[in-house]
Design a protein around this ligand. Structure first.
Ligand SMILES: Nc1ncnc2c1ncn2[C@@H]1O[C@H](COP(=O)(O)OP(=O)(O)O)[C@@H](O)[C@H]1O
Ligand SMILES: O=P(O)(O)OC[C@H]1O[C@](O)(COP(=O)(O)O)[C@@H](O)[C@@H]1O
Length: 309
């Protein structure tokens, strides 16, 4: 079982506009809503790959109820803490002419301490039944930056392998608990360390920090440029795969979902990297991961991995 923890869930409302122009009236061509937030997206990917998953975290209000019901319709098990604040809606604007995506992400609402305690209880409970726990995404505004560190410690004590996909102080604090894997994207890595990373060697050097904490697998996703994976045994990069982009929102979560699935199955890291890039590529090209596993298997043939250290 793979449990995902989303502290800042979201309805992702995607709107398509031809030539989006800030400061003027824009007419929407098409729109749709999906249950989102990083951990929830990971659960959707695990489900699509055929794994078993449960989505945990906070949801509230009508939007929270909608997220819960939408996941049930996808046959994804949930055990959310229901809070008395409305879950956020994030807007994703796809400019169909410029082929550009703009993310407008709400920060979410504060959560009372009693509900945070309830979440700790649920993580303790589900850690007993899970092999892998994934902690993903931004924190609600009043949550302390060391929450992932504490939750990862709990999950590890119960024998779970843990994955952290976070940013800034939450990533630095969370890393102190030595999760099994971290996956920031390149921008998050640069922002977190306040550096500009010009080449692969810079990235590898920067990621030593994570290895020194005892983290087993460090994956840096780099959008259209592919991904880099660093472990104590070496470093690998994937070659660029050119695709017609439909939607990149959640591509990183597809990658994390495939890693969670592969780690749960006990696959070797390089094999998982190939599955993860194939899954993210299908996501970017088709705008969804709910395609057949056989399609993802086909895409694996396009993934070229080079050992660089
Ligand atoms: N424009 C793109 N073209 C091809 N592949 C892409 C593109 N954007 C993302 N991907 C794939 O998805 C993975 C994750 O995307 P990325 O944007 O780095 O993550 P995040 O969503 O966390 O920012 C990349 O490593 C790559 O394999
Ligand atoms: O593109 P990514 O990094 O995989 O994540 C996409 C998800 O992250 C979000 O943009 C939210 O991100 P944050 O939790 O960092 O605010 C969601 O709206 C979306 O579902």
């Amino acid at each position: 079982m793979i449990a995902t923890i989303t502290l800042n869930a979201a309805i992702d409302k995607t709107i398509e506009i031809d030539s989006f122009t800030p400061g003027s009236v824009n007419r929407v061509l098409k729109s749709h809503m999906e249950p989102g937030g990083k951990g929830i997206n990971v659960s959707k990917v695990v489900k699509a790959l055929g794994g078993s998953t449960i989505a945990l975290g906070f949801v509230g209000g009508d939007s929270g109820k909608w997220i819960d019901e939408s996941l049930s319709a996808l046959e994804i098990e949930t055990d959310f803490v229901l809070i008395n604040q409305e879950t956020r809606t994030n807007i994703k604007i796809i400019d169909t002419a410029k082929k550009q995506i703009t993310d407008i992400n709400d920060q979410g609402k504060e959560v009372e301490e009693i509900w945070v305690e309830r979440l700790y209880d649920k993580v303790r409970l589900w850690a007993e039944a899970s092999n892998v726990m994934v902690f993903s995404g931004s924190l609600l505004p009043n949550i302390s930056s060391d929450i992932y560190q504490k939750l990862i410690q709990i999950a590890k004590e119960k024998g779970c392998k843990t994955i952290l996909d976070a940013d800034g102080q939450a990533l630095l604090d969370g890393a102190k608990a030595a999760p099994y894997m971290v996956k920031p994207n390149i921008h998050e890595l640069e922002n977190t360390f306040g550096v500009k990373l010009k080449n692969e060697q810079d990235i590898i050097k920067c990621c030593q920090f994570f290895l020194e904490q005892g983290i087993g697998i460090v994956v840096i996703s780099m959008g259209a440029e592919g991904a880099l994976m660093i472990t104590k045994d070496g470093a690998w990069k994937t070659e660029k795969i050119k695709v017609a982009v439909k939607n990149t929102v959640g591509a990183g979560d597809s990658m994390v979902g495939a890693f969670a699935y592969g780690i749960d199955k006990g696959y070797a890291p390089v094999e998982i990297l190939s599955l993860a890039v194939a899954t993210a590529t299908v996501h970017v090209e088709q705008g969804t991961v709910f395609s057949q596993y056989s399609v993802i298997e086909q895409y694996k043939k396009r993934v070229k991995i080079l050992e660089i250290r």
